[in-house]
Design a protein around this ligand. Structure first.
Ligand code: AMP
Length: 427
């Protein structure tokens, strides 16, 4: 029988212990920013009825057309792994009657999402997304706030040269007319479009503006722009959003061809990108916009809403190209507890627990019996102090503290050790 080599699936990756520090730093940043802006955390299931995304994300999107992990359960239900958060959060808002709460309801979340895309740099089949959602407010200041928060999170993480691109894609008033004009423009240039876009021409011509194929980009360069065709309400809304961005001094640029790949957007859309230091872009880090029709579309009341979604793996990939020295240092534990002999090992377990209760980080290597190999481990970890608990110490209830820099040792009574180490790490 041939041996099968087990490995992770294409496009799915492990987040190894040494990389957890970046995710931790990211979590700290989003928690801090969300808390400050009055957002509450929500967690929605990884698995939903497929309908939530078919209706929500939209039938005509690449995600629903080609990328969802959908299957039938044994009970016969058609379910999907979430490809994004927004439709699930909207489903939850409706299901739990959150429209009865004071509006707007401000929510944030983060966790794994799944899309069966072609794996490439910064594009995975399982990836971590964060999401910020404000439901029940139509004010353009909300659009500004969502963009500001997305920007703050990246800034917090040390991102430089971030650029924000914004556009308005109108609403049901003005978009149908613009679609007609756009279809006319592309139809007369159909033979210059890629085969996907020739198909999009029938289904959703706006998506052609999103195509990354070079030949389509060339055609796109002369296409009519939606901002010239916005209805009065959309125009006024967009103008105010830009005024907020100006006031907030955010570095934004208008991109008249930004449409985003999801069907539910109305009015404002935006994307945030950063060129990584080696010149390789990870693509869009955060994208979002207003989705005033989605709550109603999923069976709720007419509720305006706005949100953003960011790719945590892409953010982490860029963070990794930089040295996060400060945080790595924070991760390091300064105290190592070494033990020698059965009685000392038993008492060490208790002492270790006392340190935990006192919230003092201590590293140990209880599985090792040799003192030399424990000291080696402590050295490799860069521990500043080693507490040595040997046979004599266990018998006479004291511990030997060794300063790893100077090599100086001193004895501390066992009942004083937690207190003394607490004072030491404070200094
Ligand atoms: P979207 O929901 O498509 O607007 O995506 C929001 C953000 O999620 C993007 O800007 C990316 O940063 C991230 N993202 C989307 N798809 C992937 C993927 N397949 N792999 C990694 N990150 C992704």
């Amino acid at each position: 029988m041939s041996k099968i080599k087990l490995q992770s699936l294409a496009g799915m990756h492990d987040i190894l212990p040494q990389d957890q520090v970046y995710f931790k730093k990211f979590n700290k940043s989003i928690e801090g920013v969300s808390h400050y802006y009055g957002f509450n955390r929500i967690d929605v299931p990884v698995l939903e009825q497929a309908e939530v995304f078919i209706k929500g994300t939209g039938q005509g999107t690449d995600i629903v057309e080609k990328e969802m992990y959908s299957f039938r359960t044994k009970g016969g239900d058609l379910v999907s792994l979430r490809p994004e958060f927004t439709p699930g959060i909207v489903r939850s808002y409706i299901e739990h009657g959150m429209y009865n709460l004071p509006q707007p309801v401000k929510l944030w979340t983060s966790g794994p999402c799944f899309r069966h895309e072609r794996p490439q740099a910064g594009r995975y089949r399982q990836f971590t997304q964060f999401s910020l959602e404000v439901l029940g407010d139509k004010s353009p200041s909300i659009d500004g706030q969502i963009i500001q928060m997305s920007f703050d999170i990246l800034k917090d993480l040390g991102f430089k040269d971030i650029s924000i691109e914004v556009n308005s894609i109108g609403d049901q008033e003005c978009r149908p007319y613009f679609k007609k004009i756009l279809t006319g423009y592309f139809r007369s240039r159909k033979s210059s479009l890629c085969s996907d876009c020739q198909r999009r021409l029938k289904e959703n011509p706006l998506r052609i503006l999103d195509c990354k194929e070079e030949k389509c980009q060339r055609v796109k360069a002369g296409a009519p722009q939606i901002i010239d065709h916005l209805c009065e309400a959309c125009h006024a809304h967009f103008k105010q959003v830009l005024e907020f961005l100006d006031e907030l001094e955010l570095p934004y640029a208008l991109n008249p061809y930004l449409v985003r790949g999801l069907d539910y957007y109305t009015k404002t859309v935006f994307e945030i990108v950063e060129k990584s230091e080696n010149g390789q872009s990870q693509g869009t880090l955060v994208g979002g916009g207003r989705y005033d029709n989605l709550v109603k579309l999923l069976g709720g009341r007419d509720t305006p809403a706005c949100g953003a979604a960011g790719g945590v793996d892409r953010i982490v990939n860029i963070m990794k190209t930089r040295e996060l020295k400060a945080d790595k240092k924070q991760e390091k534990t300064e105290i190592f507890l070494a033990q020698l002999g059965q009685s000392a090992k038993r008492k060490s377990l208790k002492l270790f627990e006392q340190f935990r209760a006192a919230k003092i980080p201590v590293t140990e290597s209880f599985s090792k019996d040799s003192l030399r190999s424990q000291l080696n481990t402590a050295n490799k970890m860069g521990a500043k102090w080693v507490l040595i608990f040997g046979q004599k110490e266990a018998l006479e209830n004291f511990i030997t503290l060794r300063d790893m820099e100077t090599g100086v040792q001193k004895e501390i009574p066992l009942d004083k050790v937690v207190e003394e180490m607490k004072a030491k790490i404070k200094n």
